[in-house]
Design a protein around this ligand. Structure first.
Ligand SMILES: [Zn+2]
Length: 222
């Protein structure tokens, strides 16, 4: 006689049900851990960018790199003045790698771009710094945002208009890329995950950390 007890169909279904419940409990935690990992790697990218910006300014008489090639009163960079050269190319001799320009939570391909991913990097340059601006006149470098994460409304340009009213450019920024927040790089080289609202406060010049008071024409006289 065969004493071996076979599983009944009911027992099998119970086991499958328990596995499904356990998997359902585990997956959100795994997804959360993955998202957190992506946010931390993005933050590290921005810190690497920050170090390259600071070294660039040290080498170029405190100037920030231009947003792209062209004559904007910045020191002559020879062949790098060519129009199609973008801001991050100027930083490559100062330690920036193309891998530092890609956030893992950023969609890899956006409509309107060719296969050259370097033209659609995940971070955008604050236009306040892009044209003939110098680091050494800033009085509080830890409050000035230098790079923001690129949103879907900003598929063609390398910079955003931090000098304009907030509502004209805020949708250029990926405001909620990392669990309702996004990462920002400040001029002093620190990077932080913030809610967009925290970066602009009540949207006045005094509270908007994308606007640089020292570059306002009347700041030193008025
Ligand atoms: Zn990111």
């Amino acid at each position: 006689m065969n004493n071996r007890k076979n599983f009944t169909l009911i027992e099998l279904l119970v086991v499958i049900g328990v596995i499904a419940i356990l998997a359902g409990m585990l997956l959100p935690a795994l997804n959360k851990a993955r998202d957190k990992g992506r946010a931390i790697s993005c933050l590290n990218n921005l810190k690497q960018c920050g170090m390259a910006f600071i070294q660039y300014a040290n080498a170029w008489d405190s100037y920030f790199p231009p947003v792209h090639g062209g004559n904007y009163g910045t020191p002559d960079r020879g062949e790098l003045s060519e129009f199609l050269v973008e801001w991050h190319v100027y930083l490559q001799p100062y330690g920036l790698k193309t891998s530092h320009l890609r956030c893992a939570a950023d969609p890899a391909v956006r409509p309107g771009f060719d296969d050259n991913w370097a033209t659609r990097q995940s971070y955008m340059y604050n236009g306040m710094f892009a044209f003939n601006k110098r680091m050494n006149v800033l009085r509080n470098t830890s409050r000035c945002i230098l790079l923001s994460e690129r949103g879907d409304d900003a598929i063609t340009h390398q910079g955003y208009e931090g000098f304009a009213p907030v509502e004209t450019w805020e949708n250029n920024v990926a405001k909620t890329r990392h669990n309702g927040r996004a990462n920002y790089l400040f001029v002093d080289g620190h990077a932080k995950e913030l809610k967009f609202e925290e970066t602009v406060g009540n949207r006045t010049v005094d509270e908007n950390q994308h606007f640089v008071k020292e570059y306002r024409p009347d700041y030193f006289t008025g």
